[in-house]
Design a protein around this ligand. Structure first.
Ligand code: FAD
Length: 348
């Protein structure tokens, strides 16, 4: 049986590993529209410089037993390590009962770890699906990408932000109620700014949260990841500022405003040598799919599923791992494969 996973973010990557290890009878392919893995855990690379511009850390809550084996395997393979250094004004929810982990090679290396060994096609955006029924009554899905090429699969699993599902032609298979519920999913947008200096002053913090209307968060990426390259500061704007400026200003205009505010917050900073803005239209889930069901079945036969943080209660990496397990179980149900969790066979 052939399965196409759409999206090489954390959900799609963990799902690919889950199926490769616990359902080897499935033939897996991943199509990812970007040039690399990680999705919203992106690590921007520009010449010799690199910087995490989306998710900053994996948080492991003491009470989260589910996520423990994922943390263990990423730690034991040296993909992640505990965050060292001061966090100033961290949100109170983080006080005392969790540990943050960061990735030396960039946050997207966690997705790359789980994807290793899977057939991934980058720069391949899914645009449409067509149901195929042959005379023997088995059915497949013909999936087309933005380059006009297509391939046939027995099942398709989407792990993309829910609003992006509505951009795909599903051959009339998405029920109107599902479409309506998907249109209720809301994300907060976010502008990020990567700022590289030749030299920078030493600070007694690695991350700082700000009560400012423009700048919400600053992190020294080179200190966080101990990569020894040029001082690199990453800035996230405030949620309100992002909402106000989405589709009003370009990311370059917003980047200039964020830079001006940065200079007001840290007048001692020198003039940067490189400034790269990024816009996250779909940042973190603000309103999930009604009822947070974990996944939705878009079509039964042939099977089309959609999952990821849009369908969970919260938008974080532990939830994405859970979403991957839910999707994996649903596929195994359909193809009569025993439901052995990845946590039990591989991530001990
Ligand atoms: C600025 C920011 C900061 C965050 N900070 C944290 C944090 O510190 N800790 C934390 O736990 N979480 C954080 N999050 C949330 C976390 O990043 C997400 O919950 C998680 O990365 C979602 O993973 P995913 O795989 O479900 O989705 P995505 O990462 O969105 O992956 C979906 C993938 O699908 C691809 N795709 C989309 N459409 C198509 C298509 N048609 N065809 C092919 N491919 C397609 C996309 O390119 C993408 O790679 C943050 C998010 C943002 C944006």
């Amino acid at each position: 049986m052939s399965v196409l996973i759409v999206g090489a973010g954390f959900t799609g990557s963990v799902l690919s590993k889950t199926l490769r290890v616990t359902a080897p009878e499935l033939t897996l392919t991943v199509w990812e529209k970007s040039r690399g893995a990680g999705g919203r855990q992106a690590t921007k690379r520009d010449g010799e410089h690199s910087c995490d511009i989306g998710a900053q850390y994996l948080t492991h809550w003491q009470s989260d037993e589910f996520f423990q084996p994922y943390i263990n395997v990423l730690k034991s393979t040296n993909v992640i390590h505990e965050l060292k250094g001061n966090i100033i004004n961290a949100p109170s929810k983080y006080e005392g009962n969790c540990v943050h982990y960061v990735a030396h090679k960039g946050m997207n290396s966690t997705s790359k770890y789980f994807l290793s060994g899977t057939n991934v096609f980058y720069g391949t955006r899914v645009t449409s699906l067509k149901m195929l029924n042959d005379q023997s009554n088995t059915s497949q899905i013909e999936v087309k990408n933005s380059e006009g090429r297509s391939a046939k699969f027995d099942a398709v699993v989407f792990t993309i932000p829910a609003p992006q599902l509505l951009e795909i032609d599903m051959d009339g298979k998405m029920a109107p109620e599902t479409r309506e519920d998907i249109s209720k999913v809301q994300f907060t947008p976010r502008f990020s700014l990567m700022v590289v200096f030749d030299e920078a002053p030493e600070y007694d913090w690695v991350m700082k949260y700000h009560a400012d209307d423009v700048v919400r968060f600053t992190v020294w990426d080179n200190v966080k990841r101990s990569h020894g390259l040029d001082p690199t500061l990453l800035i996230h704007c405030s949620a309100l500022y992002a909402v106000k400026n989405t589709d009003v200003k370009t990311k370059e205009e917003v980047g200039q405003e964020m830079l001006v505010r940065l200079k007001e917050l840290f007048p001692e900073l020198p003039v940067p040598k490189k400034v790269i803005p990024h816009f996250w239209r779909y940042g973190q889930v603000y309103k999930p799919y009604p009822g947070s069901p974990g996944l939705v079945t878009i079509n039964e036969r042939p099977l089309i599923l959609a999952g990821g943080d849009s369908f969970m209660e919260t938008s974080n990496l532990s939830m994405c791992a859970k979403a991957a397990e839910i999707l994996g179980d649903s596929l195994k149900d359909r193809f009569n494969i025993p439901k052995i969790p990845l946590r039990e066979v591989h991530l001990k």
